[in-house]
Design a protein around this ligand. Structure first.
Ligand code: SAM
Ligand code: SF4
Ligand code: F3S
Length: 446
């Protein structure tokens, strides 16, 4: 039987990593990936529940698949990810077109569930929090991802319970993978051609693994990865301010591969709102981390996440957030209006008037995007180190990123993928830099 799978992924980088690992798992039972939905006889929707009408979006998407396959044989339909976890067997009851519902900590059961469905047509829902078993299973399957820049999940779940957030319910409690397994996987990625690793976790800097009375933290992982000669850059995301411990901060002075760029969500610039959110840190604490990092390396830049219009946010609270944004010139940030999540502590709180929230969002975004534009403009006529990720299809141009994650599109010559090259920036817009490789002959990796 021809086995072709189409995987559609919503949400964060951890979902992207999971989708790759799911594919590697099901390729062991004969599935090949297709980029054409119509060809698929297995359709996987890897979902996100973080905001908006996430659940409804999933049912609409399934509706589209249903329509698409109206006159053809129905594919096996599998819903994975955070909506699968939150909705579990309700999904199959509401939409019988769905065959399997598999939560983020139960992916080790996916092959069995698929084979069982093929044989018995049985519908299944697997939503136990078996994180240990999941990683144990994936550790036995080689990571074949061959991208220059790859994700590597080292930690899952969250014990912090910010009142707005669904993650502790969809990803379960904090779990850290064994240190050596992570290093082994990093080596596999590097053998496949990877030159930049982004360590992932919902609370990546809460990583803590104990073995034989020795504790391993994120700082230990970074310094171990530092030793791998072919690896050029190390990133990690997403961090929580309270887990920015001194040993991690010191890595910015010790490591040559850790990029001078950190995504450190603050959510609000008002202590009152941070308290309402149960964020467990104050603005002053955040600023103390900022200062410590800047002292170690003044080139370190920050990005953040902001929730605008959290229940109870006043004009004064919002002004405090604007002040913070002006104080720290975040070079790239995400900002969204608060979205009530079913089952969270903030789900039934009185909402800020939508027009007010929208107005605040446009003010903060004007400031954040202004910073981004300015930073990119200031890069013009300078030479930046760019890690080349790929050649752009049907063009003589390449795509890469600066240490600060800014996309660069530039003229270059053959065989520069995977190298760090000096690029003269000649032009920019809000999201991209444009330029040309400086030394077209004898390009050496930096
Ligand atoms: N663990 C990270 C932290 O504590 O900063 C954040 C992970 S969460 C997957 C990513 C971002 O989604 C959050 O930083 C927050 O800004 C946003 N988010 C989470 N719940 C939200 C909600 N109910 N409404 C709007 N944005 C939300
Ligand atoms: Fe969500 Fe807060 Fe946990 Fe981040 S720390 S994943 S925002 S509950
Ligand atoms: Fe979304 Fe789950 Fe990631 S809710 S942001 S896919 S952890």
């Amino acid at each position: 039987m021809r086995k072709k799978v189409f995987i559609k992924t919503f949400g964060c980088q951890m979902n992207e990593y999971d989708s790759n690992r799911i594919y590697e798992s099901i390729s062991k039972i004969g599935y090949k990936k297709t980029e054409t939905v119509d060809e698929a006889n297995c359709y996987i929707l890897n979902t996100c529940h973080i905001r908006d009408k996430a659940k409804e979006k999933v049912y609409h998407e399934i509706g589209r698949v249903k329509k698409n396959f109206n006159s053809k044989t129905k594919p096996m339909v599998i819903v994975t990810g955070c909506v699968a976890q939150a909705e579990n067997d309700e999904m199959i009851k509401r939409e019988p077109y769905i065959d399997l519902v598999i939560g983020p900590q139960a992916y080790h059961k996916i092959n069995d569930s698929i084979l069982n469905h093929i044989k018995n047509k049985e519908k299944r829902e697997e939503t136990d929090f078996d994180t240990f078993l999941k990683f144990d299973y994936f550790d036995k399957i080689k990571n074949n991802n061959n991208k220059i820049s790859s994700f590597l999940t080292i930690q899952e779940g969250c014990d912090k319970f910010c009142k707005f957030c669904v993650v502790p319910y969809t990803r379960g409690p904090e779990y850290s993978r064994p240190f050596n397994k992570i290093i082994n996987e990093a080596k596999q990625l590097i053998d496949n051609g990877c030159r930049e690793i982004t360590l992932l976790g919902q609370n990546v800097n809460a990583y803590l693994y104990k073995e034989k009375n020795k504790l391993y933290k994120l700082s230990n992982l970074i310094m171990k990865l530092e030793e791998l000669p072919q690896l050029k850059r190390i990133r990690y995301t997403t961090s929580h301010p309270i887990d920015m411990t001194d040993d991690l901060i010191e890595c910015y002075g010790k490591s040559k591969k850790l990029v001078p760029f950190i995504h450190l969500p603050i959510q609000s610039g008002s202590n009152r709102v941070l308290k309402l959110m149960n964020r467990k840190h104050s603005v002053e604490f955040y600023l103390s981390i900022y200062k410590k990092l800047k002292k170690i390396n003044s080139k370190i830049e920050f990005s953040s996440d902001f929730i605008i219009g959290y229940p109870g946010e006043t004009d004064e609270d919002f002004d405090d957030t604007m002040k913070l944004v002006k104080k720290i010139n975040f070079i790239n940030s995400y900002s969204f209006i608060f979205s009530p999540r079913p089952g969270t502590a903030a789900s039934n709180l009185k909402l800020v008037d939508n027009n007010i929230a929208k107005k605040r969002l446009s003010l903060i975004q004007a400031e954040l995007f202004g910073n981004q534009n300015l930073k990119n403009k200031m890069a013009e006529n300078t030479i930046l180190n760019v890690l080349v990720e790929n050649k752009i299809k049907n063009q003589n141009k390449f795509f890469g990123r600066t240490e600060y994650m800014t996309s660069v599109i530039f003229d270059g010559e053959k065989n520069i993928e995977g190298k760090v090259v000096p690029v003269l920036i000649t032009n920019s817009n809000q999201n991209n830099l444009f330029g040309e490789v400086m030394y077209k002959k004898n390009i050496k990796a930096a």
